[in-house]
Structure formats: structure tokens, C-alpha cells
Ligand binder design. Structure first.
Ligand code: ACM
Length: 483
């Protein structure tokens, strides 16, 4: 299983077998979780699996003790049935993802399969190590449709990921509708890397995505990257530029050449509108303002800009999230700083500065957690500026001790970013995400004592048949003995 639960014991003389007369019992408010489980198991088993109030062959209960926490759950599978108990809907959902992994891989199939549908007897008591377990999808370099992102959500939610960071704007494309600045999407969203047609999310599209993520107990973290990575916005509105001259759209992949104009009032009127409209569509408490690689913003101007942009995020009721560069200046209370360094001491110092100011950290070390890095020299996709990132390299690190002079208590969790300069379809995305994302998900969820490459390798191998059933285009890394 991935992530490895906090505590699991086998019940050696017990086996649960799902039979054709099975039922799913649930409390009324948790009906959707049961319906979604039933829908999947009906497809693969062909059983009727009625969902009923109260108890059933499989019982889902969110009436467990508060001590289980926001995402914790207990699961028992024995000859008489399966019970999952949590204190919240979220905890119940996480427990259901565990049950799905306990069932045979073919339970994930989209068409009727032959049984038996057995689960080895077990008791599990489980809760996460960290509250933030994220994945980022760059929809700017290449645009991904609502249906594609939903499919991505389906897959990542299997590993108990609970944040989806959407990189919604960059030099190559602006991907979220802003009513007050319509050319951002009309013009700024019209292309993508390579010059093909881009795309963007209307407000209805975006609401649909946020809702779909929420049904998988995933909170969307929207990112509007500033003050660099802004060519799509600068190309859409001349007044955002020094000298009021709009540049052309940009469809190549260099970084660091664009900047908002720091000393113009219109820049902040623009950000006020953008952050207001994005915040209105964000049920989560974080809004990511980017802040990375502002190589063409003079540093003194950068230091003046970040607090002004951050103030606008706070004005609209959100906490600031930003890449670690923002920690070079003052940060508002509640800021989350995303570390994306490698072994670079400068980045580590910025992370320390963030924590000294009271910010917390999400860890995305590029030489470990960046899903767009090549696995090896011959990987046909991806980049390698942070090095080659094998499956072992991405898994074998400890979030609590990655950064010197940062207390473990300052770590909110981990996130695996996927930049899409070289990835223009979902198959390519899947190839880079699987099998590395489950390892990052385990670093975020499982206790430190469970983290062990040798046993992880075996558990990862068992995911292969699931991905085959699900049609996932995963990389069959040679260091794993795939089943
Ligand atoms: C980044 O990779 N520029 C955050």
C-alpha cells in the first residue's frame, strides 16, 4: 500500500470476500463518498451494491472520535465485513482510498471482471504526518482542459494528495478568466509553448474544477506568478509595461525576461482586480503569488513589490503562498513559503529567513520533488537543470531534516511540482508523474519510521497492475521489479 499507513496489523485467519449480495452502509451526510465507492465497484464487479443508511457489508462511518483528527481513520477488514471509521468526511474519504488499494487491482477496472474480490484480514489505524501534501500542475506552458485536469485529480487522489496547486499564469499563457481584464485570456491565453492554440478556464470551468477537486478532498491552490513570469499579461495590456509597449506573445521556454512594472500604480490596480477575482473563486485559504526567478526585476524593486502584492492577497482574505525568493523581504503573518532549492545554500538561507519571520514551509526540493526532471539521461521528456531524478532519488529524503537550521515544526508538508514545457498531453504528464508522485505522497503522509526504500520498492511494484488497469502511462523504471 502507498502511502504506508501509520499502523497496520494482519488478521491472519481472516479474509473478507465481497460477494454479489454485499451492501454499503453509510450515514446520510456521507452518502456521496459511499455512492462514489459503489459506482466504481459496480463497474468492476457487476454487483448491485446498494447504498443504505447505517451499517452494511462495508460500513462507512464518520462518527468516530475526534482523536482520529481531520484526515485520520480506522479500518477493519475481517470475514464478516469492512468497517471504516473517521471523525470527518475527509478522513472517511482517505480510508476509502485505502480500501481501494486493499482490493485486487482489477477493482479499478471500468468494465466487469471476474472475482474473487478478497481483502486479507487487517486492522489499520492511520493519520497523516503532514497536513499539506500537494502536487502542482503547470497549465500555462501547455494548457490542460477541465476533463484532463479531472483525470489528473482522479489519479493523484488515490495517493491521499490533498492540495492541487495550479500554475495559472506564466510567460506563455494566462489561463483563468478575469472579468475586469478580459484580454488576459482572450489574447494572453490564446497560445502555448510551441505556438499552438492555448486555452483558458472560464469562471464556470474553474468552479467545476474546484468542486471536482473538493469531491476528492483536494483543495485547489491557485498561483498567479508575479512579478516575473508575466509576459502573457504584459502582452495583453500595454499599460502594464514600462513605456506602454506590449511585447509579443511568447511561446518558447526561456525564463527570467519579463517583469511587471514595479513603480506604476496600474500594476497594483491590476493585481487588486486579479487577486480579488481569483480569491472569490477559491474556497481554500491560500493564494500563491509566485515570486520566483524575477531576474529582470531590479532586486530593490522586487523587495518593494512583494509586500505590496502580498497585502492585496491578504486584503481578499487569503494567506500568501510564494516561492522561497519572497522570503528576502518581510512577509505577512500566515505566509507559506515554498522551497524549491537544490543544494544551493542561498535558497536554504531564504528558507531559514522565512521561518525566522514566522512563515511555514512547503518543501519542493527541485532535485527530489520536481516531477518534470528526467529520470535518466535518455528520458525523452522533461528537463534536467536540477539533475536527473530517479525514483529512488525522489523518495529517499526526509522532509524534517532536509533544511539545516529549520525546526521540524515549521514544515507544513511537501509538494511535487510538474512544469510542462515539454509535456503537451496527459500521457506525457502521466509518464513523469508515475511512479514518482506516490513516493512524495508517502513522504507527506507516512510516519518517518515507515520510510524505507527497500520495502517501498516492493510496495511500488504492486501499484503497476493498478496503473495497467487504470490505463496510466507510467514509466517502468528499471530499478523496480514490476509485477
Ligand atoms: C521554479 O521552478 N521557478 C519555482
Amino acid at each position: 500500500m502507498i502511502p504506508q499507513p501509520t499502523a497496520q496489523q494482519a488478521l491472519p485467519d481472516e479474509t473478507f470476500t465481497l460477494l454479489s449480495d454485499a451492501t454499503i452502509g453509510v450515514d446520510e451526510q456521507m452518502q456521496t463518498i459511499a455512492d462514489n465507492l459503489a459506482a466504481q465497484l459496480r463497474r468492476s464487479t457487476g454487483f448491485a451494491l446498494p447504498v443504505q443508511q447505517g451499517t452494511g457489508t462495508i460500513t462507512l462511518s464518520a462518527n468516530g472520535p475526534e482523536s482520529l483528527g481531520a484526515e485520520g481513520y480506522e479500518l477493519r477488514a475481517d470475514a464478516s465485513g469492512v468497517t471504516i471509521t473517521a471523525a470527518t468526511a475527509e478522513g472517511l474519504f482517505r480510508g476509502v482510498t485505502t480500501l481501494r488499494q486493499l482490493l485486487p487491482a482489477k477493482a479499478e477496472a471500468g468494465s466487469e471482471q471476474d472475482g474473487p474480490w478478497e481483502v486479507a484480514g487487517t486492522t489499520i489505524s492511520d493519520s497523516p504526518r503532514y497536513g499539506y501534501r500537494g502536487v502542482m500542475l503547470d497549465v500555462s506552458r501547455h494548457f490542460f482542459t477541465v476533463d484532463q485536469v479531472k483525470h489528473f485529480i482522479d489519479l493523484v487522489s488515490l495517493y491521499k494528495i490533498n492540495r492541487l496547486h495550479l500554475h495559472l499564469s506564466d510567460d506563455q499563457g494566462w489561463r483563468i478568466q478575469v472579468d475586469t481584464w478580459p484580454r488576459l485570456t482572450e489574447h494572453g491565453g490564446s497560445q502555448q509553448v510551441g505556438g499552438s492554440a492555448g486555452g483558458y478556464y472560464t469562471k464556470a470551468d474553474y468552479a467545476d474544477l474546484v468542486q471536482y477537486a473538493a469531491e476528492h478532498y483536494i483543495t485547489v491552490v491557485p498561483e498567479i506568478d508575479t512579478p516575473g513570469h508575466t509576459n502573457a499579461a504584459l502582452a495583453s495590456y500595454p499599460e502594464l509595461n514600462k513605456g506602454d509597449q506590449a511585447p509579443d506573445l511568447y511561446t518558447e521556454t526561456e525564463v527570467g525576461f519579463s517583469s511587471l512594472t514595479i513603480d506604476k500604480d496600474v500594476t497594483y490596480a491590476f493585481l487588486d482586480d486579479v487577486f480579488r477575482e481569483v480569491a472569490e473563486q477559491t474556497p481554500g485559504d491560500l493564494l500563491h503569488l509566485g515570486g520566483d526567478e524575477a531576474h529582470s526585476t531590479p532586486h530593490s524593486e522586487y523587495l518593494a513589490f512583494v509586500p505590496k502584492a502580498a497585502e492585496l492577497v491578504v486584503k481578499y482574505g487569503k494567506r500568501v503562498m510564494g516561492w522561497h525568493e519572497i522570503a528576502d523581504g518581510p512577509l505577512p503573518a500566515g505566509t507559506v513559503v515554498q522551497y524549491w532549492g537544490t543544494e544551493d545554500p542561498k535558497a536554504q538561507v531564504l528558507a531559514q529567513q522565512a521561518v525566522e519571520q514566522g512563515a511555514t514551509l512547503v518543501l519542493s526540493p527541485a532535485n527530489r520533488a520536481y516531477l518534470d526532471m528526467k529520470y535518466h539521461e535518455e528520458t525523452p521528456l522533461g528537463l534536467q537543470w536540477a539533475g536527473l531524478v530517479s525514483v529512488e532519488q525522489s523518495y529517499s529524503w526526509n522532509p524534517a531534516t532536509l533544511l539545516p537550521n529549520v525546526p521540524a515544526s515549521a514544515i507544513d508538508g511537501v509538494e511535487a511540482p510538474l512544469w510542462t514545457e515539454t509535456l503537451d498531453d496527459l500521457e506525457k504528464v502521466e509518464f513523469m508523474v508515475f511512479p514518482r508522485l506516490p513516493g512524495i505522497a508517502e513522504l507527506g503522509w507516512s510516519p518517518e519510521s515507515a520510510l524505507d526504500w527497500t520495502t517501498y520498492r516492493d510496495r511500488l511494484a504492486e501499484q503497476g497492475p493498478r496503473w495497467e488497469v487504470l490505463g496510466v502511462n507510467f514509466y517502468r523504471a528499471p530499478e523496480i521489479d514490476w509485477r
